[in-house]
Every structure is written in structure tokens, then in C-alpha cells.
Design a protein around this ligand. Structure first.
Ligand code: UDX
Length: 463
């Protein structure tokens, strides 16, 4: 009967194709989802571009990796402008009715040595995918690597324009957007775009791809965004909307970052520090500081008196290609108490008992990672969804404070003390521990994130 049919379809091995947007913050969650699905018996084929080519192939011998030509000219790739890069990539991949991508998909799907392909899970910014997938008869699922609130905000852009919130006016930046609490006009992503028209087009098409897909997976969870998720379900009218986050905690392999080399010496260093004493400082994979701000951060950290672990990427200070000059006297001032590295194994760092706080740029992955390990945050958002993530961290979840305005060493010193030690910060630290428990509950057997994965696997097997 029906149950037998179901069991035999369960046993029939299936394969998922995955195509992440080639940036760190997007690649990691996609591969983590791949790990989770692979652990549930699905085969995984990852499409990847030459841009930010994955060196993950080495760490994922169980996945198949297939290159796709991205067509991004070298000067655009070197510009570091994410929107321009995505635009160039889409233009190249969409050329000739997405012929090149279609050919890749055709050969991947035709590969009889591997289990039959059930669907492709892709990043909605890759606009050529829906058409190419349709041509080869593949169903599409979209993975969103930012928050549900962020997606809700994208869907609301027409309304936000209609009601006059957007384009933002200088005098209204701090006005609450009552349709999207707790956001204010300033938090709407929009203010950080250099090219509004390009962005609006990209978003409109990405939204359309999502609405025409067979389902949506968002790297978030009920414990953080239940209301936002409910709103999305009501709005989207697609077969499934699933929130199995935080994916890095479900993935047994702990998919480490896919590009730069991690400096593991910092873990040994952390082993020697007292419990919850260390402030971890990192601004993600893209954000940068100017040289003056870098100095203020350095002396703010030094003067705070707290131990700190600070990630300074080679390209993290504008005007320096191979790392900034460390200020005179800084090393002596922080000897034994401060450690500066190029790139951290961040998930391990945040899970380390010595870490008691995180100064972050509020990228979504960093925010999720910090919350999952109960680490309260100092938020210093710069662009994209970082402002809205900060608003949720501060206002909705109560697990952090925002460092606003000009960077100044005295202000930094005070913020660090408040976060790590002062009575004023106690509630925030307690809330962070509570929220960690709520996240852990979602990840347990029967928890909402596990149930979301069960549903996803069943759904894929039914295709
Ligand atoms: C970008 C955008 O800036 C952000 O707004 C959006 O939400 C996601 O894409 P990114 O700068 O990559 O974000 O930050 P984030 O989303 O926080 O991801 C950074 C990833 O790199 C995290 O998974 C983090 O664990 C990892 N990381 C960071 C390291 O492994 N080591 C480090 O030293 C720093």
C-alpha cells in the first residue's frame, strides 16, 4: 500500500544539486545544508564558479564539485563590489537563454553513475538558475542565507516606497517603520546601496525566482524569528517554507570557512584564558575600516584591560593590501592579553568557554553563531542587512549593544566594559545564555529545526 510505496521511495537514493552565491557568507551555509542532507542519505553535487573557487572540495570528498563559468571580468572581480560582481555574473550566465549553464545542468543530470537528481537548491541572486533548471526539468528550491526579517523587508519594498519610507530621507532615518517592527528607516538596507536601481532590479527578480520555486529554506529558526516566519508563510504561497537553522550546528562536520586559512594557534591561546574573559573581535569577510578607525579600535581594546582576540584580515584596513601597520607601543601594551590573527576558526572560537563577548559587524552568520553559543555582542554594522540584524540583537533579543557614531577609543573602552563586566551589561549576558538554551531546544530531536530538516528530506525524496 501507500506506506510501502513511501518506504521504497525512501530507499531509492536521490541527489540534490546545490549552487551557492560565491561569497563566504553564502557558501558556508549552503555547504552546511549539504552536509546535513548528505548525512540523511542524499548525494550532493555542488556547482561552483571560478570566482572565489571553493577549496572546499578537499574538505568534502563526499560531494561532487562541478565548475561553472562565471564570466566575471578580472577588473570587476578585483573591485570587490559585490553588486557589480553579481550583475556581471548574472549577465554572463543568462546569455543565450542561459545556454552554458543549461549544458552544465544537462550533463550533471545525465550522469547515470550517480543517483537521479531530485532538485537544485540555489541562491536566489543567481538569476540564470530557474530558466536553466526548467529547461532540464529540474525543480528549484531557494536557500536564503540571511534572516527571515531581511527577506520580509525585501518583499515589502513596493509597500515601503508606496508609503514614503523609501527612498529614505535624511530627516526620517530614525523614524520607526510600524509595519516592520523593530526596524527604523535607517535599518532598511536601502540606505547602504550605492546603486538603488540595480539593487531594486536584482531584488525584484530574486523575489520572483523565490515565488516560482518549489520551496524556500531559510537559515534561521523559530526561537529567533517565529513571527517573521509566519508572516512569510502567509505572504509567499509556495509549497514549503522551512527554517532549519542554525545550519552550522546541525552540520556534523562543522563546515569551516571555505576560503582563507584559519589560525588554530588562537585556540591554544584561548585554552589559557579564564572563563568568559575574552572579547572576540571580527568584522567578517568583507567589511573594512579606515586607518584612523583602526587606531581607535586598537587603543580602545588595549585600554579596556580585557583580554581580546582580534581578527585583522590582510585587506581589512583601507589603503593597506597586506595588513595594516600595528601602532607603536601596542604590542607591548597588550602583551599576554591581546592576540591579533589574520583569520579565525570562528565557530570554534565562539564555542570556546574563554570567550565572553563578540564585537561584530553583525553579518547574519556571525550573529547566528554568536547567539547559538550564548555570546553577547557589541554591534558595529556597516552595510547590507547588518543594520537590521543589529536592531534585532539589541531591541528584540536583548543580547547586545550597538556602538554608534564615530569610533573613539574612550567610547570603545566603555562599551567593552559594559559588555564584559559592568552591572549594566548583566541582563544582556543573562539573556544570551537563555537564548542559547532556546536555540539548543530547536536543535534537539523533535525541535523545530530538526523537524524542518525531516520535512525537507521527505519533500526532496517525494520529488
Ligand atoms: C556578508 C554580509 O556582509 C552580511 O551582511 C550578510 O549577512 C552575509 O554576507 P560576511 O561579511 O561574510 O557577510 O559576514 P557573516 O555573514 O558574518 O559571515 C562570515 C563568516 O565567516 C562566518 O561564518 C564566520 O564564522 C566566518 N569567519 C569570519 C571565520 O571563519 N573567521 C573569521 O576570522 C571571520
Amino acid at each position: 500500500g501507500a506506506s510501502n510505496g513511501r518506504r521504497s521511495s525512501r530507499r531509492r537514493p536521490r541527489r540534490v544539486l546545490m549552487f551557492p552565491l560565491p561569497f563566504q557568507g553564502h557558501i558556508n551555509p549552503m555547504l552546511q545544508l549539504g552536509d546535513v542532507l548528505h548525512a540523511r542519505g542524499l548525494a550532493v553535487t555542488v556547482l561552483h564558479t571560478r570566482l572565489n573557487a571553493l577549496d572546499a572540495a578537499r574538505r568534502h570528498p563526499e560531494f561532487q564539485f562541478v565548475p561553472v563559468l562565471d564570466g566575471v571580468p578580472a577588473h570587476v572581480a578585483a573591485s570587490g563590489n559585490v553588486i557589480d560582481i553579481i550583475e556581471a555574473m548574472n549577465a554572463a550566465m543568462e546569455a543565450d537563454g542561459a545556454a552554458a549553464l543549461r549544458a552544465v545542468l544537462e550533463s550533471v543530470v545525465a550522469d547515470e553513475a550517480r543517483p537521479p537528481a531530485a532538485c537544485i537548491i540555489f541562491d536566489a541572486n543567481l538569476l540564470a538558475v530557474p530558466r536553466a533548471a526548467e529547461a532540464v526539468g529540474l525543480r528549484t528550491l531557494v536557500l536564503r542565507t540571511a534572516s527571515a526579517a531581511c527577506l520580509g523587508c525585501f518583499l515589502a519594498y513596493p509597500m515601503l516606497h508606496q508609503k514614503g519610507y523609501l527612498p529614505p530621507q535624511e530627516s526620517k532615518l530614525y523614524m520607526p517603520v510600524k509595519e516592520l517592527p523593530p526596524l527604523r528607516v535607517r535599518d532598511l538596507f536601502y540606505s547602504s546601496w550605492s546603486n538603488h536601481k540595480k539593487m531594486r532590479e536584482l531584488l525584484a527578480r530574486a523575489n520572483e525566482a523565490m515565488k516560482n520555486s518549489s520551496g524556500l529554506v531559510i537559515n534561521t529558526l523559530d526561537a529567533l524569528e517565529k513571527a517573521e516566519l509566519n508572516r512569510l508563510c502567509e505572504e509567499l504561497h509556495i509549497p514549503v517554507v522551512l527554517a532549519p537553522g542554525p545550519l552550522h550546528k546541525l552540520s556534523s562536520k562543522c563546515t569551516r570557512s571555505s576560503t582563507p586559512d584559519q589560525d588554530y594557534s588562537c585556540i591554544e591561546w584561548l585554552d589559557k584564558q579564564p572563563s568568559e574573559s575574552v572579547l572576540y573581535v571580527s568584522f567578517g569577510s568583507l567589511a573594512s575600516l579606515d586607518a584612523k578607525d583602526f587606531l581607535e579600535v586598537a587603543w580602545g581594546l588595549a585600554n579596556s584591560g580585557h583580554p581580546f582576540l582580534w581578527v585583522v584580515r590582510a585587506d581589512s584596513v583601507r589603503g593597506f593590501l597586506d595588513g595594516p601597520d600595528i601602532p607603536n607601543g601596542f604590542e607591548a601594551a597588550v602583551r599576554g592579553r591581546g592576540k591579533v590573527i589574520r583569520w579565525a576558526p570562528q565557530q570554534e572560537v565562539l564555542a570556546h568557554p574563554a570567550v565572553g563577548g563578540f564585537w561584530t559587524h553583525s553579518g547574519w552568520n556571525s550573529t547566528l553563531e554568536s547567539i547559538s553559543d550564548g555570546v553577547p555582542m557589541i554591534c558595529r554594522p556597516q552595510f547590507a542587512d547588518q543594520m537590521m540584524n543589529t536592531r534585532y540583537v539589541v531591541n528584540t533579543w536583548g543580547v547586545g549593544l550597538e556602538l554608534e557614531g564615530e569610533l573613539e577609543r574612550g567610547k570603545i573602552e566603555k562599551a567593552v566594559r559594559k559588555l564584559m563586566k559592568d552591572r549594566q551589561g548583566e541582563e544582556m549576558r543573562e539573556r544570551a545564555k537563555e537564548l542559547k538554551k532556546n536555540v539548543a531546544d530547536c536543535l534537539k530531536a523533535g525541535g523545530t529545526s530538526q523537524v524542518a530538516i525531516d520535512k525537507l528530506v521527505d519533500y526532496i525524496l517525494s520529488m
